[in-house]
Design a protein around this ligand. Structure first.
Ligand code: PEP
Ligand code: MN
Length: 345
């Protein structure tokens, strides 16, 4: 239920209303100011559903609108303005493309520095790399942990980049907040509700990847867990889904871009690396994502891709990534998107 207050309502009125709603056992969001009006949302009642009539007679309330979709905070009914997430001078969701690039896994100090330099030079603005890796086999490389994060932050800052890395466990929140600017929730953890709840209290933005077989609604409901916890900085990421097609690792669902942007005010990033699993398909699908209106792309790049500890088959060389960026520079302006320029470190 969205409660829009009268034009002459002041903060005291809003606080009084909030107090009353809480006393009624309601779950209430912080207020927002939109179109010159204060409003807040009742997202849950004491015993589940809430009735419109209960609110219409409350003091200073002008309009009461029921939510028509279950993703109350991730949707566009309450927050109408598009979200722009800002980290380390990088804006995700604005009119400049967020380019998240780097290796699948952080492997060594040398590999980390070489990757950061290469992606910065080609125009990336956020450096990615996993320190805690979700591997199918327990015998595969599991990641460098904290040591990797330390190298990552140093390399990224030396190249003027923000950082993004996957969080696998609530236990790692503290250490990751020390070194990382954006916490990534991987596809396998999209419905790890206890992790999502904790991330609702985290001080960093969350890049939430679509689960391997998740619907749009399930992705948005996962975002809802984080938003409901009080963290309003969520970025959605389409990374391909499992379909009957076996040729590629996943089927990248480009339609997710216009659909999610219609359903939600949250920025949408596309990962064509995991979305295809095939190196030669990454650039065409990255271009398609930008043409479709994505707010960003996430691309795996390694100084020596064939020797990557993980996801070698889908990882680009610095040269391939630079070429991809050149073509994206042609497409971006056609859809009103500025493409960041490369920088030497
Ligand atoms: C990754 O980004 O390296 C990763 C493991 O992604 P996903 O969760 O999409 O498989
Ligand atoms: Mn990977």
């Amino acid at each position: 239920m969205i409660l829009v207050l009268r034009k002459d309502a002041r903060m005291e009125d809003l606080e009084r209303l909030r107090g009353r709603l809480l006393w009624m056992g309601m779950q209430v969001t912080p207020h927002i100011q939109q179109d010159g009006r204060l409003s807040l949302a009742v997202v849950g009642g004491a015993g589940g559903e809430v009735l419109l009539e209960e609110f219409e007679t409350l003091p200073m309330v002008e309009t009461v609108m029921p939510f028509t979709r279950p993703f109350k905070l991730a949707g566009r009914e309450f927050v109408k303005e598009r979200l722009v997430v800002e980290v380390e001078g990088v804006r995700i969701g604005g009119d400049t493309l967020a380019v998240v690039a780097g290796p699948c896994a952080l492997e060594s100090e040398e590999q980390i520095h070489a990757s950061a330099e290469a992606v910065a030079k080609a125009g990336a603005n956020i450096f990615r790399g996993g320190a805690y890796k979700p591997r199918t086999s327990p015998y595969s490389f599991q990641g460098l942990g904290k040591e990797g994060l330390r190298y990552m932050k140093a390399a990224a800052r030396a190249s003027g980049l923000a950082t993004c890395s996957e969080i696998m466990d609530v236990e790692h929140i503290e250490v990751m907040c020390e070194y990382v600017d954006i916490l990534q929730v991987g596809a396998r953890n999209m419905q790890n509700f206890s992790l999502l709840k904790k991330l609702g209290e985290a001080p960093l933005p969350i890049l939430l990847k679509r689960g391997l077989s998740a619907t749009y609604q399930e992705l948005l409901m996962a975002a809802e867990y984080i938003l409901n916890g009080g963290n309003h900085r969520v970025i959605l990421c389409e990374r391909g889904i499992r379909t009957f097609e076996t040729y590629s690792r996943n089927t990248l669902d480009i339609a997710a871009v216009p659909v999610l942007k219609e359903l939600s005010h949250l920025p949408v990033v596309v990962d064509p690396s995991h979305g295809t699993g095939i190196r030669r398909m990454v650039a065409p699908m990255a271009r398609a994502a930008v043409a479709a209106g994505a707010d960003g792309i996430m691309v795996e790049v390694h100084p020596d891709p064939d020797r990557s500890y993980s996801d070698a088959e889908q990882t680009l060389s610095p040269g391939m990534f630079a070429e991809l960026m050149e073509t994206v520079r042609v497409i971006g302006p056609a859809v009103g998107m500025e493409i960041p320029t490369g920088r030497e470190s």
